[in-house]
Design a protein around this ligand. Structure first.
Ligand code: GLU
Length: 304
């Protein structure tokens, strides 16, 4: 497959000028990002990689971090984790509070904020230094120590994070949060502030294309069963209330974030990350979704 040729034609075909959405602004620091940014990176199982544009520039990965924390949560709790979080698409916005009331504080899935905050509670409860351990995990699977939190973004989200703080309080009132509210939201705001490039993300996500093995050294870090579950959740719940549309257009398991990043994988084959900070009404990168639709159309390969 001539991935570089396919990426070059996507780059030639598309531009930020073709999309009308807005850069996220509810986290003030994210509003400062240049809307012209556009990059894409593909990693393959034989370690070959291909890219265009701003694929080596770091951006705020936001909700993409929820895949990493879920992997860590599953390593700690195995199948018991599913007593605390469900595995159904929500069909509601990522930061919604409504379902929690009639579903007794069990979030619909680990990729909406409510679910990710329950996973944060598990990591804060069970790990000595969750922030450091998350960094260590992400650096290990990427084979790259140059991955850091963006403390300015974390502080910016904290200053406006009323909904997430409300979510943890509410879930705690319903009995599904063990720790104090403050360390949970602090950890959550840090995990969302992780800054990574498309190159780093596509490399890291090769563990999900590679049955839990790290691309660089083939070390097995997740069980194949864990990877199967995470990929299934990315397919059904990875795109807020637009998971159906992403499956329909792109046909790969993946995860997006309001920083404008999307990562998707093809099991046994490749991992692809794209970044354009202009979001559609559902909070997904507009150009990113279009680029991935072209990618699976031009390669003729999706999971379907
Ligand atoms: N930190 C963001 C929030 O909780 C993450 C949202 C996202 O990327 O979906 O609002």
């Amino acid at each position: 497959m001539d991935y570089q040729n396919i990426l070059d034609s996507i780059h030639d075909e598309m531009s930020y000028r073709d999309v009308k959405g807005k850069v996220a602004s509810y986290i003030p620091e994210l509003a400062k990002v240049d809307r012209k940014k556009f990059g894409m990176h593909v990693y393959c199982g034989d370690q070959q990689h291909f890219h265009f544009g701003d694929s080596k520039e770091k951006f705020s990965i936001q909700s993409i971090s929820k895949v990493f924390t879920l992997a860590m949560g599953m390593r700690l709790m195995g199948e018991d984790l599913w007593d605390r979080v469900d595995v159904e698409p929500s069909g509601d916005p990522f930061n919604s509070l409504t379902q929690l009331e009639y579903e007794s504080g069990i979030p619909r899935n680990p990729f909406i904020n409510a679910g990710a905050l329950v996973i944060s509670d598990i990591l804060v409860d069970q790990l000595k230094d969750p922030k450091q351990e998350l960094l260590d995990f992400v650096r290990e699977i990427t084979g790259d120590d140059d991955i850091h939190y963006d403390e300015t973004v974390a502080a910016s989200e904290k200053s406006t994070g009323y909904r997430n703080i409300a979510l943890v309080n509410y879930i705690k009132a319903l009995g599904n949060i063990k720790c104090d509210v403050e360390p949970i939201v602090d950890f959550y705001f840090y995990q969302c502030s992780l800054a990574m490039s498309c190159e780093q993300l596509s490399k890291a996500f090769m563990i999900f294309a590679n049955r839990g093995r790290i691309l660089e050294n083939d070390k097995k870090i997740l069980k194949p069963k864990t990877v199967k579950r995470i990929n299934a959740l990315m397919q059904t719940c990875g795109f807020y209330d637009e998971a159906g549309e992403f499956s329909f257009q792109v046909g790969l398991p993946g995860k997006s974030g309001v920083g404008g990043g999307i990562v998707a994988i093809h099991p046994e084959n490749y991992s692809v990350a794209v970044w354009s900070p202009i979001l559609n009404d559902n909070g997904n990168s507009e150009l990113g979704m279009k680029a991935l639709e072209r990618f699976t159309t031009l390669t003729g390969v999706s999971v379907f």
